[in-house]
Design a protein around this ligand. Structure first.
Ligand SMILES: O=P(O)(O)OC[C@H]1O[C@@H](O)[C@H](O)[C@@H]1O
Length: 279
């Protein structure tokens, strides 16, 4: 066999394609069929990421969901990890590609490892144009991340696999694919636990806010009422707030004082943690 022919033959073998694509992004966007049939050349198999993006607006807790094209089923904005990519990096990239969201701090909270986490066991088959066996039909362990964002500050944009990308009120979430409802529930539990350990609200409230506004934010996330005096005593003891010599105007009742977060102390509490003892 002539050398030129042998070389050409080698370059076209799946083995060469595998070696040459390891750790790299596909040179051009994969079509849906290519993604199903050749995605394993670029992405880690059996491992996925699911992002639970909570939004807070008008005292309402929301979650960002995608609606699949064709089947109109709803899911979390998740995806896969490129070979050679750090999982934290993958979570940020996936979120950006699937929703357009940028600069979001994602908190890893749990790994979902049910052996039945296979698409075919949940009534999800590859699209008809996919003729070969697909890596996507195998079992996947999914790593969960959550983030809390002020929903009016972001404009979600659906990716090419999705019909829509939309906020849902937390209590009106539809049936999601696979175990995504369970992932959402676990993320909410983790977010609530996190309120005891870290400050929250700097990105969710206006720069100056009242004590009742801050309390309402906590009550909405926790989905329960908190005792006003107890809340105020505990939050002030954390020493992350600064009371201003200003009162909020325009309310029906006596104008309450305005507060703001002390940025330096807030940052320190983000690093060192708190002992809020809310629940
Ligand atoms: O949770 P699984 O489906 O394993 O994987 C990640 C993502 O792959 C897509 O199907 C869904 O959008 C999902 O979020």
């Amino acid at each position: 066999m002539c050398l030129k022919y042998a070389l050409k033959n080698f370059l076209c073998t799946p083995r060469f394609l595998y070696i040459s694509s390891m750790g790299k992004k596909p040179a051009q966007k994969l079509s849906r069929r290519e993604f199903f049939e050749k995605g394993h050349l670029y992405y880690l198999t059996h491992l996925s990421i699911d992002n639970v993006i909570f939004g807070f607006h008008d005292n309402q807790l929301k979650v960002l969901l995608l609606e699949w094209k064709d089947t109109h089923r709803w899911c979390l904005p998740g995806g896969f990890i490129l070979k050679g990519e750090h999982i934290e990096e993958a979570a940020i990239r996936v979120l950006h590609q699937r929703t357009g969201l940028n600069n979001i701090y994602l908190q890893q909270f749990y790994a979902f490892g049910d052996p039945n986490r296979e698409r075919s066991k949940h009534g999800i088959e590859p699209p008809v144009e996919v003729k070969n066996k697909s890596w996507l039909t195998e079992r996947f362990v999914s790593i969960g991340y959550w983030a809390l964002v002020e929903f009016s500050k972001v404009v979600p944009k659906p990716d090419e696999f999705s019909e829509t990308c939309q906020w849902w009120d937390i209590e009106k979430v539809p049936t999601l694919i696979l175990d995504h409802n369970n992932i959402l529930e676990k993320a909410l539990e983790s977010l609530r636990r996190n309120l005891n350990d870290y400050p929250v609200g700097r990105d969710l409230l206006p720069p100056k806010f009242t004590m009742p506004e801050l309390q309402r934010m906590y009550e909405t996330i926790l989905d329960k009422q908190l005792d006003r005096r107890n809340f105020q005593k505990k939050i002030l003891a954390l020493d992350i707030l600064e009371r201003l010599n200003e009162r909020k105007q325009g309310g029906a009742h006596k104008a309450p004082f305005l507060y703001r977060f002390d940025q330096r102390k807030y940052e320190k509490a983000m690093k060192q943690g708190l002992k809020f003892g809310l629940q």
